[in-house]
Structure formats: C-alpha cells, structure tokens
Ligand binder design. Structure first.
Ligand SMILES: *Cc1c(COP(=O)(O)O)cnc(C)c1O
Length: 238
C-alpha cells in the first residue's frame, strides 16, 4: 500500500488547512471569552462520509484526533490510514451496539458514546490489558430521536462503570438539539457541565460545527467538528 501522504492532492490539503486555521481562530477566540486558553480545547475532526484522503489531508494540516460514528465505515477507513505519523487518536462518537463492541475496541482509542452499564461492561470485557477511555453520552434535552442517558441516570451509570478497572470514565458527551439560533442550546451545554462537575469528571465533549463556540464558552474540553473542516456532507449522510 502507498503511504497516504503520497496520494494527496495539494489542493485538498490547502483547502482543509485553510478551513482548519479559520476554525482554530474561532476556537481560540471562544476559549478566550471564557478565560481559557486554546490548548484546553481538543478538536476532534469527525470524518464520517469523507474519504481517507480527506483524513490524510487534515492530518497533514495538523489534526491529531479523528471521529467516526459507524463501526462499519471505520473498518473501511481506519486500516487504510495506519501509515499516518504521528498516529492519530480515533474517537467513536456514534451509537454503539453491544455486538459491535469487539470491533469498536479494536479500531478506536476512545469511545464517546457509552449509554448503558451493559455497554460499558462489554467494552471493559473486550479491553484486554488496556484501560479504555470512555465518555458517557447524555441526552440532556430528552429528545426521542436521540440516544443517550437521561440526566437523572448518568450518576448511577458513572458509579457502576468507575468500578471497572479496564475503563477510564473520563467525562460526558452530548449532541445538542438542532436549533436555528445556537444561543438556544446554551442551557443544554450548561446542564452537561453541571452534571460533569457534580461527578468530578474531566472531559466535556460538546459542540459541533453549528454550535461549538457556545459549547466552548460553557466549558467544552472536546469539540467534534465535521463540516467546518471537511466541507458539507451529502444530504443523505447520518
Ligand atoms: C457528524 C457528527 C459531528 C460533527 O457534525 P458537524 O455538524 O459536521 O460538525 C459531531 N458529533 C457527532 C456525534 C456526529 O455524528
């Protein structure tokens, strides 16, 4: 196999690098508004629906964290990118079924979408000698269409999973409701931060292309960004 770098088009690298630099500027300004430094916010580039060439371009521009939302797509993409150096960190950000846990643990470094004790236990069983960092996904707004724990349930699940030596329960994650005005979702982010603080966890994964600045103002330590780095996805994409 050719190293991914060899097949990159300069034009693609330049476009992604330009997007990334504009994004980093906005991240820095939002962090400053919250009295924080840019380094306290990790950008995870969510590359679902985009080809491995786009991932390689983002890596060449300096991105070191990538996210996928489906195990099957990750199985096609991640093994084609093993040549990237330094090796990036891969985050699973989508709903994970128990029967895909074995594959997910083999592919991903971090699983951001743990939404039950059962799923956490399954990850721990497959962890081998690793201690897998996980985030608990919270459905803060109680949307029927979304996965995630209710705010009331997250404390009990955190307690149960913290007892497992092969898991590092690192923090909380949420996908905020779609809103025309990102200000409308500020209370959702604030609530997730309060839940995180009450559980004394480190990480707060919240904020996507349309609302990451508000999320950073409310304390996000991880933002998950697709379109602002890679461009628009085809409309059929999940
Ligand atoms: C697609 C996706 C993102 C990124 O969304 P954009 O709007 O493209 O930034 C973030 N988190 C999850 C869970 C996703 O599925």
């Amino acid at each position: 196999m050719q190293p991914a770098g060899a097949i990159l088009h300069q034009e693609a690298i330049d476009r992604v690098a330009g997007n990334l630099s504009a994004l980093q500027d906005r991240v820095r300004r939002a962090a400053e508004r919250a009295g924080r430094s840019q380094e306290t916010v990790t950008i995870v580039a969510v590359c679902k629906t985009f080809p491995s060439e786009a991932v390689a371009a983002a890596h060449a521009a300096g991105v070191r964290h990538f996210g996928e939302n489906r195990v099957q797509e990750a199985e096609e993409k991640i093994p084609a990118l093993t040549g990237l150096a330094p090796r990036p960190t891969w985050h699973m950000v989508g709903h994970l079924q128990t029967n895909k846990v074995k594959d997910a643990v083999a592919l991903f470094d971090v699983i951001q979408s743990v939404d039950s004790v059962r799923l956490g236990e399954a990850i721990a069983r497959r962890a081998g000698d690793r201690r897998v960092p996980v985030l608990l996904e919270v459905n803060v707004a109680g949307e029927r269409s979304k996965f995630g724990l209710s705010p009331e349930a997250v404390g009990g699940v955190a307690e149960a999973l913290r007892a497992l030596p092969n898991l590092d329960v690192a923090g909380l994650m949420t996908v905020a409701p779609l809103a025309e005005d990102p200000e409308a979702v500020r209370p959702v982010f604030r609530r997730l931060r309060e839940l995180r603080d009450a559980l004394s966890l480190r990480e707060l994964s919240m904020g996507m292309t349309d609302d990451f600045e508000i999320a950073i103002e409310e304390g996000a330590t991880i933002v998950r960004i697709g379109r602002a780095i890679f461009g628009e996805r085809p409309v059929t994409a999940g």
